[in-house]
Write a new protein. Structure first.
Length: 164
């Protein structure tokens, strides 16, 4: 066991865990945030996606000991803490989820995409989201949701908002 000081969703937290424990289980079992899901355990489905310093990362395969010191970890709970993020709102408006299991990972990847590509093409979306599997097959609604969120963020920026 070892003590790790983490910043999760802007809050500093200390955990005493095995150094090789995947971040997914640290977040779920020791920090108590259950929105990040276990899917495949092999970083292939995207259900466990979190952001580390703004980059989408599969938390099931990154050991807590390999998290950079002072890294900022953001989970699905941190995306819309005070109000819904534009992606979350678009997900509701487009009725994206069917079963919902993969959606936290889908949203985390979509938010990261829109930070780097504010006006994505369908090809940009397909490339960015290719590592996120949806067993229900809601890919068309996911794409529509991302386009809607992009439009919303553009509108918010024109009007002086921040997209949240």
């Amino acid at each position: 066991m070892a003590i790790f000081n983490l910043t999760v969703n802007g809050k500093k937290t200390k955990v005493d865990v095995e150094p090789d424990m995947p971040l997914l289980w640290v977040v779920r079992d020791f920090v108590g945030l259950k929105g990040t899901k276990f899917g495949c355990g092999m970083a292939m489905c995207g259900a466990c996606t979190v952001h580390i310093n703004g980059e989408p990362t599969r938390s099931c395969q990154i050991q807590v000991s390999s998290i950079p010191k002072n890294a900022k970890i953001t989970t699905i709970e941190g995306i819309g803490e005070t109000q819904l993020h534009a992606v979350q709102q678009a997900w509701i408006e487009e009725q994206v989820p069917q079963c919902g299991y993969c959606q936290s990972g889908q949203i985390m990847s979509a938010v990261a995409l829109l930070k780097t590509t504010p006006n994505p093409t369908d090809e940009d979306i397909d490339a960015a989201m290719s590592g996120n599997l949806c067993r229900c097959g809601t890919y068309d609604r996911i794409r529509k949701g991302i386009h809607r969120a992009a439009d919303s963020l553009k509108s918010a920026n024109v009007n002086g908002g921040n997209g949240k």
